[in-house]
Design a protein around this ligand. Structure first.
Ligand code: FE2
Length: 449
């Protein structure tokens, strides 16, 4: 399906957009005139503190048929915030330092169960911290088979970086619509209302950060270009949705607030924004556009060369979370063990697979829609078969790596707790994961070089 929606190109830009049907809806020269054009209400959405430095300040002005405040009271959503699914209670399970790997998470089928939309389909895998303290993150998967109908979600706790793995998503936001295919990602930031339409069984991964926002990594000696280029990030254009004629069915606004879901009813669509301007916006990015940097001489570079987006902490060079991909590329290093090295990391590494087969893990054990977690200081590296093949007599010719494959990593400086659902509820945890390293032999010889 072709994406025929219109987008604005760039990362962190000051954008402005009007629904094409009503030009002149943005007030010229000021944000909050006594009377906005066409009788619209002006509303600011702040993504950073008012007083945040200019380089980091994020906010947008929305011009809408009604202000967002026109809704009923928030009430807890009992069925969609069950402790086994969406949680930020990291003390419910004991710490688990093991290498963990999951088979593909099961997508509910319409034969087996009711309709499960994006909100009901959210399941937390692991995380740390507390959204009340604006510190930490969570990793979720969504497993759904139905579109959100007259239902919008917004996250008061943080930003969502969404990685579709199975099935395209049509995401309607207050800023407009974006279509996100597998091998694309999108970011919907704190407070932005959005609804997800699916076209069949759908699965994907979500990185939620409770503090700061994603930005492009610094390039250092790489120079002014490379990795994810700013112009390849696409932001929706204003699209007004008028459904005032539906006086019967409420529109549910779901608010993820302090780890729980709440709902409030209103009569009208929250997507009643006719025009907007600002630099606090949702966006998407096609991972095929990533310009890969790698060693062209020897040794295996650290995976930070594959960073698409980073959410920095207050500690320079250290991320709350990085989004890293392992894209198709050439491998040309000489006299080098080319797969990833064995290592122990002071960061925690959650990996997922969008498609294909990742070069350092066996094809059966790490499948698209599955995952692995290597927590801080937990050793990991290529399995025995991969080591044997790469360190053996293989000729080190230039070769393509990861064609048809897209693996990714959420890397964080937090220690992660794994949820009850991920350990037991999902029934996908692979009890035999550690066997993949059992075959690593002692090759050390004292008698020869
Ligand atoms: Fe690693």
């Amino acid at each position: 399906m072709r994406d025929e929606l219109k987008y604005l190109s760039g990362f962190g830009n000051e954008f402005s957009s009007e629904d094409e049907r009503w030009p002149g809806s943005l007030p010229p020269g000021q944000n909050s005139p006594q009377r906005c054009p066409r009788g619209l209400y002006a509303e600011q959405l702040s993504g950073t503190a008012f007083t945040c430095g200019r380089a980091d300040n994020r906010r947008s002005w929305l011009y809408r048929a009604r202000p967002s405040v026109c809704h009923g009271p928030f009430e807890p959503v009992a069925d969609e915030s069950g402790p086994e699914h969406l949680t930020d209670d990291w003390d419910r399970t004991p710490p688990n330092p093991n290498q963990l790997r999951w088979k593909p998470f099961e997508v509910p089928t319409r034969q087996d169960t009711d309709e499960v939309d994006f909100v009901r389909g959210l399941h937390t895998i692991c995380g740390a911290g507390d959204p009340r303290a604006r510190a930490g993150l969570a990793v979720h998967v969504y497993l759904c088979n139905a579109s959100m109908r007259r239902k919008a979600l917004y996250n008061s706790d943080g930003d969502f970086l969404i990685v579709p793995q199975l099935g395209p998503l049509l995401i309607t936001t207050e800023f407009g619509r974006m279509r996100v295919e597998s091998n694309e990602i999108c970011v919907v930031q704190r407070g932005m209302r959005f609804s997800v339409k699916v076209y069949g069984p759908s699965r994907g991964y979500i990185l939620e950060v409770y503090d700061n926002h994603f930005q492009l990594p610094n390039l250092g000696p790489i120079g002014a270009n490379g990795l994810a280029n700013p112009r390849d990030f696409l932001t929706p254009t204003a699209h007004y949705e008028d459904d005032d004629e539906d006086e019967v069915n409420d529109y549910l606004i779901i608010n993820k607030y302090q780890g729980r879901l709440f709902r409030a009813a209103q009569r009208h669509s929250p997507y009643d924004v006719v025009a907007w301007h600002g630099n606090y916006v949702p966006y998407k990015y096609n991972l095929e556009r990533f310009m890969v940097i790698n060693s062209v001489s020897f040794d295996h570079c650290d995976p930070s060369i594959f960073t698409v987006l980073t959410c920095p902490s207050d500690k320079p060079g250290t991320a709350i979370a990085d989004f890293v991909i392992f894209p198709p590329r050439w491998s040309v290093q000489e006299h080098t063990f080319r797969p990833p090295y064995y290592h122990r990391n002071c960061m925690s590494e959650f990996m997922g697979l969008i498609r294909g087969s990742y070069e350092a893990k066996d094809r059966e054990g790490f499948q698209p829609g599955g995952a692995s977690l290597h927590s801080m200081m937990t050793p990991h590296g290529p399995d025995a078969a991969c080591y044997e093949a790469a360190s053996g007599q293989a000729e080190l010719r230039p070769e393509r790596v990861a064609d048809g494959t897209q693996a990714f990593m959420f890397e964080t400086y937090y220690g992660l707790a794994v949820t009850e659902w991920a350990l037991r509820g999902c029934q996908k945890l692979d009890p035999k994961y550690q066997d993949c390293w059992r075959g690593l032999k002692k090759n050390f010889k004292t008698t020869e070089k």
